[in-house]
Design a binder for this molecule. Structure first.
Ligand code: NIG
Ligand code: FE
Length: 424
């Protein structure tokens, strides 16, 4: 039996079409390919038709009607939001560090003293797969309620062979069991664990020689990421790890130039990374290199806000021709939020991205940042029927009525999974 869903009467269907093969950059990021007063027809989990109301209506009739009809009068329809950078699977929380930072401690000082990522590592090591699954499941539910239908998820709170594999296995289970799609990244090089504090190169060797082969053998990740930062992993160590990952078929990603200007953007271009993320302190030279190499910038303005830092220079990146995507960076230390819509608000209000650029950056460009540009990120026939109905009369309103959740309905693979803002 064919499962058919029809969304009709939408004030705007924001298709974000025309960029399934390559991300949008420069002025293209403004081009949302909007259909005013339109409808979307889905069948068997895929989009079959998108167009003006009268045409959509005729198309549905030619098929013999739909099982589910959603009236989106006065509302807008967008592609399911895509979050291309999260640390979804971990145990515990770190609200105490917020207080420490308010008293003057810095993020890197806390890490150096064995807190930060290392605190979350201790909690994550102590947790069972089942416990991690339950905690992460709740986070995924919140993502879904905020209109996110695909997330990337990194390991990096295990920092031993078995604990890294444990996190990645949980991510795989979440992908299989939860409606939200989960795309995995191996990030054994998230921090140097306490045991190797005095011999970081030995830890790098373990990442390369012991972790990577196991991750690849169990096919637990598609991407390999490194925290390339002063006092964490050097540019040289990062390059070795990312090149080794490539040998195992893992595509490089980098936490680049987050806290100090460190050459991370340049390294992303050199190793052919699919994305360089953070970039608060990226140099002009690094931006030019990224544009040339086609590296996507994944910007994380909620992290900048939460760390009380100046955000990345989004305008300079867009003007340099770098395709920009947005993400929550969901993690327990520097960005404890599942609200991608809030991140979109912040992109507009703190980085001066336009409301149209913000939509592109959270849909098709985010999809490209995790190698899914042909499957998701736009409303075009053949793509996955991952869609959001927002209770907003136009897309600009999403950035105007900020800090609230305007998600009304979410369709995942053509099925209603959120209705009137609640998970069904
Ligand atoms: O992307 N920068 C490194 N990793 C995370 C933070 C992780 C944590 O603090 O637990 C980030 O900001
Ligand atoms: Fe991160």
């Amino acid at each position: 039996m064919e499962q058919r869903t029809y969304i009709k009467n939408a004030a705007q269907v924001i298709t974000v079409g025309g960029a399934s093969d390559a991300p949008k950059r420069g002025a293209e990021m403004e081009d949302l390919r909007i259909i005013e007063q339109g409808g979307v027809v889905c069948e068997n989990g895929r989009i079959r038709f998108v167009g003006p109301d009268a045409e959509a209506e005729a198309f549905v009739r030619s098929l013999g009607g739909a099982d589910t009809v959603i009236d989106a009068a006065g509302k807008i329809v967008t592609p399911g939001l895509v979050d291309p950078h999260t640390h979804l699977v971990f145990a515990g929380s770190r609200e105490r560090e917020l207080e420490m930072r308010l008293q003057g401690a810095t993020y890197l000082e806390i890490l150096k003293q064995g807190g930060g990522i290392l605190y979350s590592t201790a909690q994550t090591r102590a947790a069972t797969e089942e416990e991690l699954l339950q905690e992460s499941w709740k986070r995924l539910n919140r993502f879904l309620q905020h209109g996110v239908t695909t997330v990337e998820a990194k390991s990096g709170y295990g920092l031993t062979v078995e604990d890294e594999l444990k996190q990645l296995r949980v991510a795989r289970q979440l992908h299989e069991r939860h409606p939200v799609d989960v795309v995995s990244t191996f990030m054994g090089a998230h921090a140097v664990p306490q045991e190797y504090k005095h011999d970081p190169d030995e830890y790098v060797r373990i990442v390369i020689e012991e972790m990577l082969p196991r991750v690849a053998a169990e096919k637990l990740a598609e991407f390999c990421d490194v925290f390339c930062e002063q006092g964490v992993f050097t540019v040289e160590q990062s390059e070795r790890i990312l090149e080794a990952g490539k040998q195992w078929g893992l595509i490089p990603k980098i936490h680049a130039d987050e806290i100090v200007s460190f050459g991370g953007a340049e390294l992303a271009a050199k190793v052919g990374a699919i994305s360089a993320d953070h970039l608060l302190k990226a140099s002009d030279e690094g931006m030019r290199a990224m544009a040339q190499a086609g590296v996507i910038a994944v910007l994380l303005p909620a992290t900048a806000l939460f760390l009380m830092e100046q955000p990345a220079r989004a305008r300079a990146l867009i003007e340099a021709g770098v395709p920009v995507a947005l993400s929550t960076d969901r993690n327990p230390g520097s960005s404890p939020t599942e609200s991608l819509p809030l991140v979109m608000n912040l992109a507009c209000l703190t980085m001066k991205m336009t409301p149209a650029e913000v939509i592109t950056a959270s849909t098709i460009n985010a999809a490209h940042a995790i190698g899914r540009g042909r499957e998701i990120g736009s409303i075009e026939p053949g793509k996955k029927a991952d869609l959001v109905v927002f209770d907003a009369p136009n897309y600009v309103y999403l950035q105007y009525n900020f800090g609230v959740n305007l998600v009304d309905t979410v369709l995942k693979d053509g099925r209603v999974v959120v209705k009137e803002g609640r998970i069904v």
